[in-house]
Write a protein that binds this ligand. Structure first.
Ligand code: UD1
Ligand code: MG
Length: 466
């Protein structure tokens, strides 16, 4: 059997994006757009060559070393880009040509294209669009056979009315491609070597040109500007959300649920509206997530409840309850059945099983054992203006409301810290720590401080009334 190769064109600048980032690195649902087409292609052939040029360094860095790259020094057009890759390929066999800016194409569409190819010299993937503006148009003869492709910018008013477009995806026989590609000219409105011109050339030389028209025209969306980027992201989101629902995840409102491609979610988990789940986040079964949650690169076990909160790069264990209005910053491990309540910020800390931090706290760089209870307003003072230090709190310890623990400090198992304490020294296990000024009561003096007994105030009020 003939060998199958693929070349993915990713060297263009993407001028219409008006961006410093190379177009193919713009993100769709948490990944660079180029990654989608590469992965879809991987399933049909592993012999993939990626043509890079504009921002080649960052494209390579982002995509990694798992691909073969060819450098197109000057972006002289899609025909020139393919020509840069041809020397790496044999003279026989088939070649899939794909654009790096069509992320919605899936493996099954490529398989279909290959099937349609049979004894053609080239088979194009086309689509019918209500709004074909911007794409190359497929010009057919009276018998319906493809004759050529004309780019939007070079098309006559009549040609612009043609609704059938070139998706930028082709299957070539390498022999004729190698033979005729050098004959392309750049005599067109953009002064580029258009790959699309090879169609008329092959036809002229008597080669068989075929077309495979996709049914679902949304899959061929080519991203050239930010509007198309948003459109593709919306379609990809629909696909992701649909897949999750198929696998037993409840999305209360898919339209306001933003889940990245690499997210995994277990069955019977419910995602409430206005929730954003990013990166390679993994969520277990039977969790309640949202409304209004932002979750990034984190791992949640089963039966976690998380609402109106932000969690980043952290681990949350089974049965933990977080929020509303909590902020879990990177490198936290929130243990089983921990409760983190409202206006609690936790950073780089381990919180042991069943510990409760229900209100208004800052927990930074702390190791808190299981069963501890931190009252409202407990602050771990981890930073002295120059360095950061850690605090440890033992099993079952109780930290009274509004206490400051000045790190580095250790609070032993079962210790008890009186409310309002500023703890600067270690507290031994089982000890009661009182670290606040002793209270003094002065009987009968309060009236002096109360407004209604204040002669100055009273005078002022009378004057105001006068
Ligand atoms: C191209 C097609 C058009 C088709 C559309 C589908 C040509 C001339 N036109 O137009 O018929 O309808 O795709 O989306 O092929 N690239 C390079 N090197 C270059 C130029 C481009 O690698 O010198 C890469 C780009 O990075 C991009 C792809 O080729 O990934 C397509 O280029 P782009 O400029 O987006 O072409 P379109 O105008 O979209
Ligand atoms: Mg394009």
């Amino acid at each position: 059997m003939d060998q199958l190769w693929a070349v993915v064109l990713a060297a263009g600048e993407g001028k219409r994006m008006h961006s410093r980032l190379p177009k193919v690195l713009h993100q769709i649902c948490g990944r660079p757009m180029l990654q989608y087409i590469l992965e879809s292609t991987m399933a049909v052939t592993e012999q993939i060559i990626v043509v890079v040029g504009h921002g080649a360094g960052s494209v390579r860095q982002e995509l990694g070393s798992g691909w073969r790259y060819v450098f197109q020094e000057q972006q002289l057009g899609t025909g020139h880009a393919v020509a840069c890759a041809l020397p790496l390929m044999p003279d026989r066999g088939k070649l899939l040509v794909l654009c790096g800016d069509t992320p919605l194409l899936e493996t099954r569409h490529l398989e279909q294209l290959l099937e349609e190819h049979s004894d053609n010299a080239v088979t194009l993937m086309t689509a019918l669009l209500n709004e074909p503006t911007g794409y190359g148009r497929i010009i057919r003869d009276q018998n319906g056979h493809v004759e050529r492709i004309v780019e939007e910018i070079d098309a006559s008013p009549l040609e612009k009315k043609v609704p059938e477009i070139n998706t930028g995806t082709y299957c070539f026989n390498l022999g004729p491609l190698k033979r005729f590609l050098p004959q392309l000219s750049a005599d067109n409105a953009q002064g580029e070597y258009y790959l699309t011109d090879i169609i008329a050339l092959l036809k002229e030389k008597g080669h068989k040109v075929g077309a495979y028209r996709v049914e679902d025209n949304r899959i061929c969306l080519g991203i050239n500007d930010r509007g198309q980027l948003a459109e593709a992201a919306a379609l990809m989101r629909q696909r992701i959300n649909h897949g999750l629902m198929q696998r037993g995840v409840t999305l209360i409102d898919p339209a306001t649920t933003y889940i990245d491609y690499d997210v995994q979610i277990g069955s019977d988990t419910v995602i409430w509206p206005q929730t954003v789940i990013e990166g390679a986040t993994k969520i277990g079964c039977a969790c309640q997530i949202g409304p209004a949650v932002q979750l990034r690169a984190s791992c949640l076990d089963d039966r976690v409840t998380l609402r109106q909160s932000v969690v980043e790069e952290s681990i949350v264990e089974t049965g933990a309850v977080i929020g509303p209005f909590a902020y879990i910053r990177p490198d936290c491990r929130i243990g089983q059945r921990v409760k983190i309540g409202d206006f609690v910020e936790v950073k780089n800390s381990n919180i042991g099983e069943g510990t409760k931090i229900p209100h208004l706290s800052y927990i930074g760089d702390a190791d808190i054992q299981g069963g501890a209870n931190l009252g409202a307003g407990v602050i771990i003072v981890n930073y002295d203006g120059r360095r950061k230090y850690r605090a440890t709190i033992g099993t079952g310890a109780f930290v009274g409301c509004n206490s400051n623990l000045i790190s580095p400090v250790e609070v032993g198992d079962g210790a008890y810290i009186a409310a309002g304490s500023t703890v600067t020294e270690n507290v031994p296990p089982g000890a009661l720590a009182l670290a606040r000024a002793r209270q003094e009561n002065k009987p009968g003096v309060a009236h002096r401080f109360l407004k209604k007994n204040d002669p100055v105030q009273e005078k002022g009020e009378k004057n105001e009334k006068a």
